[in-house]
Design a protein around this ligand. Sequence first.
Ligand code: PEP
Length: 254
Amino acid sequence: MKRRPLIAGNWKMYKTVPETLAYIETFKPLVAGVEDRDIMLAPPFTSLDAAERALEGSNIALGAQNCHYADEGAFTGEISPRMLADIGVTYVILGHSERRHLFGESNELIRKKVESVLRYELIPILCIGETLEEREAGKTLSVLESQLKEGLAGFSAEDLKNLVIAYEPVWAIGTGKTATPEQAQEAHAFCRKILAEMFGEDFSERTRILYGGSVKPENVVGLMARPDIDGALVGGASLKPDSFAKIVNFGRME
Ligand code: PEP
């Protein structure tokens, strides 16, 4: 099945509001007219509202990098899915490896966040991936299986109809080391098999699985050529409009 590619940029903790607006002004014309793939930008929370206004009417969707699971409450420093929905966010990245490893997020907490995001009809991008230690110990597939099974426990295929998965090997994030297209394809095919076991073949065939980990204009074409790689979640190379636009336009500009 042909799945519509999604190229998503995760800015992490980079860019002020003026920097966000300058980026969007440069980026929009570089991807104008792109209709055969989805594009998403996830700026930091402080830039979301300004970005939403600047992106209005464009082909670029807005994403958030995280959220709390509650609608509101005494959770100092947190942002709720209700707040994100209110300002026009479409996607929410959940369980990014930096959240898992630097902020101690568990599969159970991430599952609660998935549930909260779905309540507001936001699209979860659930990130999974093994560390270098886990890969070297031969545990890659079992780590992916438990992240999927625990992060998506208790949902139906209907609940998760817009779900996006991002396979991001931790050893490839921000390190300049990309998984080879073969390594990524193997992990993606395995995730698709687990999704089929959990939610059925149709669901698994429809669900987009993005690759993330040092994606650049130079390696995106090789990755996207693999049958189970449906897009990219891009960190560092999404911070410059020209490099992110080259990734978005993969296969179109050569
Ligand atoms: C990410 O932050 O999700 C990511 C993949 O980062 P980078 O592209 O910089 O490796």
